[in-house]
Structures are given as C-alpha cells and as structure tokens.
Write a protein that binds this ligand. Sequence first.
Ligand code: HEC
Ligand code: HEC
Length: 462
Amino acid sequence: MLKAMSKVMFKLIFKFAAIFTCLFIFKSSFAVEFDSSESSLEKGEFQLSTRCPPSFELVMSDSTISDSPLPKSTEPKSTGPESSQSQAKQQSVCRLVNQYQFYNSVQGRGVGGTQTSLPKHRDGFTPEQIDLGRYLFFDPLLSKDGSISCASCHQPDKGFSDDLDRSIGITGNKVARSSPTLWNVAFLDKFFWDARATTLEQQALGPLFDAEEMGNTPEQLLKSLNNNKSYLKLFSQAFPHSVTTKPSTVKLATIKPGTIKLATIKLSQVYTALTAFQTSLISLNSRYDRYAHGYKQALTKREIAGLNVFRSFVARCAECHQPPLFTNNQIAVIGTPEPEGRVFDMGAEKTYANNKNAAKLRGGFKVPTLRNIVKTAPYMHSGRYDNLLDTVKFYNDGRGNSVPENEKLLLHWHISEPDLTDDEMASIVDFLGALTDESLTPKVPERVPSGLNGTRLRVICK
Ligand code: HEC
Ligand code: HEC
C-alpha cells in the first residue's frame, strides 16, 4: 500500500517538475529582451552555403531570379521588388534535376499513369539565397515577440506540418485551419487551403503579419533584421547586387561589418529567401517513385493493390490527387465536415468573392498533396480526422455525407459512392504509406542569427 502510494507521489512530483520546467523555459523564451543586435557573432560567424542542396545542379544563368511580383504596399518606403531593381547578371543558380522531368506530358498516358511529367516549378535561386532562407525559416526573430518561427508550425520532423488539428500562433490560440505540409510547394501555384495566394512570396505575408500567427509588422521585421549584424552580412552575400560597393572590388566572404557599407535589408529579399528555401523541399524519391520509374519490387503486393484501388474509376482518388505530385493543383468541393462546434468554413468562395461563379466554390479547398501524408496527421483543412483510415472512410460514406443540412454545396463530380470494402480502404492506407520520402530534409540550424530559440521550446513543451 505504502509502496503504491509513494509510487504515485513520485509520479506526481515528476509530472509537476516537468510541467514547471516546461513553463519556466517557455516563459523565459517569451521574456527574451527583444534586442536583435545579437551576440552570436562572438560564437563564430554565420556562413552561407555556396553549394546547392542535393537534387539540384549549380548552373550559370544570365537571367535574374524568377521573382514574382510583390504586393508593394508591404514594403515600407518601398522602392519596388528586388527583381525589378537588379539588372540581369551572370550568376550561378540551382536547378532541379529529377527523373520525372524526362517523361512526356501527362496527356496520352492516361490519368494515374506513373511515368508522367511534372508541372512547371520554381527554381533558379542561388545556394546563398536558399541557405539564407533556411536561417530565416527557423528564426523566431521573424515573429513579433521572438517566440515562434515558421518552423514552429512547419516542423521538419512532422512532414513540415505540426501534429495539431489547427496550429497555435503567438497568442496561444488556435488559428483557423491546420498547417499544410511544405514538401513540393515548388510545384504549386495556389497557396493556403482556400488558394488565396498565388506565389510563395505573397503567401509569406500571411503568417508574418497575421495577428494570430506571427503578429509582426513590416516595420518591426525590417528593423529587427537591419539591427542584426549577422543578417546584414548574410543578406549582402545572398543579394550581392544590392551592396553599394562594386561587387568586383569586394570579396563578399570577407566582409567585416563596418568595413564597407552593407545594403539595408528589404522585405522583398526576405520573401525571396524564404521562397528559395521552401522550393528546395523536394520529395520525389519514395518507394512509390522507384516503382513508378520501373523498379516494380519497390512496392509490396499489398501496396500495389492499394495503388490500383486508388487510381481506379471506382475510388477516383487519382483524378484529384494526381501522380506524380498527388495533387492536380485545383480547388474541389468535397464536403468535408467541420469538427464539432466549428462553424462552416466557406473556403475558396471567399477567395473568389468578386467572381460571378464564387458560389460554386463554397466549401471548396485546394486539393492537398498526399506526399509524406503519414507524417502530417490530423487531416483536412480543419484537422478533422486523426488518421488515414477515417479520412478514406469519409469518401466511402458517400457523396455529401457530411454536408450540413442548410448548405447546398456543388460537390465535385468525382466525389461518388465508391462502396469500397474494408480491405480495399485499408489497402489504400497501406499504399499511402509508400509515399514517404524525407531524404532531402534540410539541416535544422544549430543556432540562428538572432540567438533566439523559440522553435525548439515550443516543440518540447507541446
Ligand atoms: C502559427 C502557425 C504558423 C506559422 C508560424 C507559419 N505557418 Fe505557414 N501555415 C500555417 C497554416 C495554419 C496554414 C494554412 C492556413 C490557411 O490555409 O488558411 C499555413 C500555410 C502555409 C503555406 C501554404 C502551403 C500550401 O500548400 O498551401 C506556406 C507555403 C507556408 N504556410 C509557409 C510559411 C512560412 C514561410 C512561414 C514563416 C514566415 C510560416 N508558414 C509560418 C501555419 C503557420
Ligand atoms: C474531387 C477531388 C478529390 C477526390 C476525387 C479525392 N480527393 Fe482527397 N482531397 C481533396 C480535397 C479538396 C481535400 C481537402 C479537403 C478539406 O480539407 O476539406 C482532400 C483531402 C484528402 C486527404 C487529407 C490530406 C491532408 O493533408 O490533410 C487525404 C488523405 C485524401 N484526400 C485522400 C483521398 C483518397 C484516398 C481519395 C479516394 C478515395 C480521395 N482523396 C479522393 C480532393 C479530392
């Protein structure tokens, strides 16, 4: 009896101690005096990589980076996007090399065929821009109070998502939707569940300046970056054409703060670097891909059976989750339910509010990729389903099974009554497990230029 009691007591003490330390660490992360003139220089200078990530080839390019137009209003005292300022210069950039690029187009091979080409993608960033983006992505300096980074909600070991139904921003509250994976975003032209951004640069404004997510302002973000000596140097390396001294007379690697005038950091460069990093997250070497390229042993019999159900005209999954990306990059109304107590999410109807066909997109969401899908539970825009089998069952329960009574949704015609057996549904789930490839996961920086460490803490304390 006594033994049992002391065991319970011990457990309780342990639990309290854990919670207390957790709270303490968490608190102190918030308490960090938000002075970005960092101390990390003392611990050694930051250097940007001059090599492309694996799967990319370094090639000479005489065009400038394929920057997309930026919303100018976000740039305080803006002089316009980076791309429009820099003249075309010869520079070494990273180009994606992948076997799918050698196949003919999707036409003529039949939807769901395995050897299909990839759609257009973003690449052509310099190694330095990609690496700078990596530091920015993991740096809580980007948030208003230094407490969270992009990686807090897009964690590399969780498929660049988090394991929450809906993510938690700086306020500690849950945001409206669940965090999507960032794998293969290079191939997308619509971002967010409701497709409200069309470029990654534009997308970045969302989390950075949303009061519920990172809560920053363009002015504060620029101020904290420009007050940080390491970032001033790193941005000058990544965007050498912005440095006021002629590049030919300066060896960028040896810039010492103070010796030359470093260009001030611009928001467009922040977006470009984040885009450069995110477009390097390529996942196209799963067991499924080896099978697709002709190595039939890469999948088990069971997984092949699952693939065949997946692309059959009964289940029709591949019509929308089209290989090789397992998305067709379109919006579809499929009528997923909201979690208990949440109001109906109108999705893409809001995005296209000015379009006369907007009502047809009520409840429509972007078809998400299914790459690394076993890593990114819970599923759907609201994180409604905890596991893949329940997600597949949603489709099998029949067209419109979860549409609220007062809603008339224009469900996509590929949403049907597949009537799959339990075994067929389970085989789809087994097949989806073969879509995992995290071989190109980038290295998490051991420290970031701000010296802040919010990301890790949030992970520990969840
Ligand atoms: C508080 C958590 C949180 C933080 C911090 C955060 N995100 Fe997100 N991210 C989300 C959520 C949630 C969505 C989906 C929102 C929606 O669709 O309405 C999203 C969507 C995205 C998308 C769109 C992906 C797609 O397939 O449509 C990209 C890209 C992205 N985030 C990149 C970033 C970057 C870069 C940062 C840092 C500047 C960042 N995120 C910070 C939670 C977060
Ligand atoms: C008409 C197009 C369409 C068809 C057909 C379709 N899906 Fe989807 N799928 C979507 C859309 C759109 C979403 C996101 C819906 C949401 O968030 O409410 C989605 C979400 C998913 C998700 C969750 C992904 C995530 O990241 O949360 C899985 C898993 C999935 N579908 C599997 C399947 C399977 C298996 C089938 C075949 C039985 C299938 N889908 C058929 C359009 C489709």
